[in-house]
Design a protein around this ligand. Structure first.
Ligand SMILES: NC(=O)C1=CN([C@@H]2O[C@H](COP(=O)(O)OP(=O)(O)OC[C@H]3O[C@@H](n4cnc5c(N)ncnc54)[C@H](O)[C@@H]3O)[C@@H](O)[C@H]2O)C=CC1
Ligand SMILES: O=C([O-])CC(=O)C(=O)O
Length: 336
């Protein structure tokens, strides 16, 4: 029995994500929360699909958030505003930081043991916000908090398959993407791709492919021309990541996937990553993570990278550090 909850379920990501979660036979209960009442209609609509999950919709009225969260095993958060052309993900901080903080407070008090998957941007800052709220409530379990960076991995697989000239291999292509989830903090390790790039590929091609993965979000924002950012590909990526977490909860071992997680100072492998990065200053980093029934079982080393990728890592660290500190400071700033 797994109860999944989507916060922001009536939105561009929330609706298709909820659809995909409804089709996941491992989920027995699916609670959909949003501040807009159309969420009730979304829930009724999905409830007609012949799969095991019992679906229910909730808004703010009558402690809807508390009821949605009660007994949750896994909570996915796509609540918040998306980008328009010309904006960075950091520009969303002003609105989304407060939304994520308030949802985190509700989770800390109602479902402190749940796995929490943060999609709301800027992920590099919203994940630290959730962590700080959980710390304040003394319920922070770094093994169960994830920034969802799966869309970067999905894009990398697709774009590499395109370069190979065979989209049918895209589901098999594995490219670790580490760092964070915005621009230069997105670090695709093409040198570790499961499928070799064509032999005639140049360093300029690698740089262009890297740039396309880093700025794939902008490609969608531009194409949607003011009406939003990636929703369908994000729903696909979010459902894929959620499924891995659920399979791990159910006891499957050996699942490895990148995610933006807390670099905890224990024997989880975080120390090795810090050494590889050459800094102790990053509290979070998207790493290759081995999942287990209790969450992050092990953080795997970054491993061997090319000198080009080494440069990407160096370039990402200052921005990532700033994004993380911004989130942390938002929660801990003294109240005037
Ligand atoms: N991590 C990633 O890779 C990606 C993250 N995103 C981010 O996901 C977020 C959502 O994007 P979209 O679904 O396109 O936006 P949207 O505007 O279509 O949907 C957001 C939903 O959140 C709801 N909402 C707002 N405040 C809320 C609250 N306090 N509690 C519950 N629900 C609330 C809204 O009513 C709306 O239904 C954005 O911040 C976007 O930047 C988008 C794509 C990829
Ligand atoms: O670009 C955006 O704002 C949405 C996002 O995070 C992505 O598509 O990777």
């Amino acid at each position: 029995m797994v109860k999944a909850v989507v916060l922001g379920a009536a939105g561009g990501i929330g609706q298709p994500l909820s659809l995909l979660l409804k089709t996941n036979p491992l989920i027995s209960e699916l609670s959909l929360f949003d501040i807009v009442p159309v969420v009730f209609g979304v829930a009724v609509d999905l409830s007609h699909i012949a799969t095991p999950a019992k679906v229910e919709g909730f808004t703010k009225d009558n402690d809807g958030l508390g009821k949605a969260l009660k007994g949750a095993d896994i909570i996915v958060i796509p609540a918040g505003v998306p980008r328009k052309p010309g904006m960075t993900r950091d520009d969303l901080f002003k609105i989304n930081a407060g939304i994520v903080r308030d949802l985190a407070v509700a989770i800390a008090t109602t479902a402190p043991k749940a796995f929490v998957l943060v999609i709301s941007n800027p992920v590099n800052s919203t994940v630290p916000i959730v962590a700080e709220i959980f710390k304040q409530h003394e319920v922070f379990d770094p093994k169960k908090l994830f920034g969802v960076t799966t869309l970067d991995v999905v894009r990398a697989s697709t774009f590499v398959a395109e370069k190979i000239g065979d989209l049918s291999v895209s589901t098999a292509v594995r490219v670790p993407v580490i760092g964070g989830h915005s621009g230069v903090t997105i670090i695709p390790l093409l040198s570790q791709s499961s499928h070799s790039l064509p032999a005639n590929i140049t360093q300029d091609d690698i740089a262009a492919l890297t740039n396309r993965i880093q700025f794939g979000g902008d490609e969608v924002v531009k194409a949607k021309d003011g009406t939003g950012s990636a929703t369908l590909s994000m729903a696909y990526a979010g459902a894929e990541f959620a499924e891995k977490i659920i399979r791990a909860i159910k006891g499957e071992v050996g699942l490895v996937t990148p995610s933006f997680v807390h670099l905890t100072s224990d024997k989880s492998g975080a120390e090795v990553v810090k050494e590889e990065l050459g800094t102790n200053e990053l509290e979070f980093f998207s790493c290759k993570v081995q999942l287990g029934a209790t969450g992050v079982e092990k953080i795997l080393p970054i491993g061997e990278v090319s000198s080009f990728e080494e440069g990407l890592i160096k370039a990402a660290i200052p921005e990532l550090k700033g994004n993380i500190e911004k989130g942390t400071a938002f929660v801990n700033a003294p109240k005037l």
